[in-house]
Design a protein. Structure first.
Length: 123
């Protein structure tokens, strides 16, 4: 959360799968795409408070909560494991199919156990 606050983000804690949530502030690599879970904090790409859309926020946090559990399981190695999976398992992007989250094994798990934010076909 320190990185987010240094970038003027607003952060809050709550019963969101045990996670902190930060939004707004200056752009950061942690706010790429829809946002990033780093440890126990979700850095939302949204400039406005995501709680203003309760259903979408609940679904997103169910997905991100799985990533938080992945962080707990793999510890500091999770980011390199995630990026390696992204590079190795996202080859359909290069062929123009898109939806890279449908191919990364960590995203597939979050889509299956949490909420399918990518609209992937889950098997």
């Amino acid at each position: 959360m320190d990185e987010a606050r240094a970038n003027k983000a607003t952060c809050f804690t709550g019963s969101y799968y045990g996670m902190n949530v930060c939004f707004g502030g200056r752009d950061s690599v942690l706010r790429a795409r829809g946002g990033t879970t780093w440890g126990n904090t979700f850095y939302s790409a949204s400039k406005s408070d995501p709680r203003l859309q309760p259903l979408a926020f609940r679904n997103l946090m169910a997905h991100e909560g799985v990533h938080y559990r992945q962080w707990e399981m793999y510890g500091p190695d999770f980011m390199s494991l995630y990026l390696t999976a992204q590079a190795n398992e996202s080859y359909p992007i290069l062929q123009g199919f898109g939806r890279e989250g449908c191919y990364n094994r960590f995203e597939r798990e979050a889509n299956l156990r949490g909420y399918n934010v990518y609209g992937c076909s889950i098997r």
